[in-house]
Design a protein around this ligand. Sequence first.
Ligand code: SF4
Length: 227
Amino acid sequence: MEAVHHGVRGRGAHCVTCADLTALEEHIGDCRRCPLWEARTRVVFGVGDPHARLLFIGEAPGRNEDRKGEPFVGAAGRLLDELLTSIDIDRSQVYIANVLKCRPPGNRNPQLAEIGTCTPFLAEQVRLIDPVVIVTLGNFATKHILGTDEGITQLRGRFHIVGGRQVLPIFHPAAALYSPDKRQYLFADFALLRDTLDGVAQLARVSATALPAGAAGRLPFEIEGSL
Ligand code: SF4
């Protein structure tokens, strides 16, 4: 059963509207809007298909991501690739981003002010990419997107609705590196993801003529709230 969530934490006071992801990345630039710029190597904007049906959202860049400038590289990234392969999807077909674009020093938890300053960039990425499904990776991203204090263990395994979008929380792939028992849940959640994408594609084919222009491929419901 789907749960409906109305809140998204950390929406900043300033909004950003850009023509496309390239313009947004240029707008962010060599960002120094919050203190995280001081210890980072580079801004990790995000990577992938700018019109992907699937958007993965993690917490923040780790050490490897900070060095390379790309989200989900290293061992956790390889597991993410393996999970995608298990449902016949290539990394190039999805988009991967983080709530925060810069690495917190020592991978400490992000602070509220940092989240509030950076998340308008994520909100704009979501608007521009306009994915069918958002997958939140791990506790932090899930709590932020769903606006809840419930833990990932309670929230994973089912879809939630935020701002009219389908959101599937999953364990962070890095957690499965340390707790191998979590791997089975990750693969099960990706199978659920595959079924949902197939269902949406079928619905779009059947309903394309009945849906308003531009709505094909999206689920035909509207929920209050925005992301
Ligand atoms: S975390 Fe976000 S707001 Fe802070 S410096 Fe990096 S890009 Fe700018």
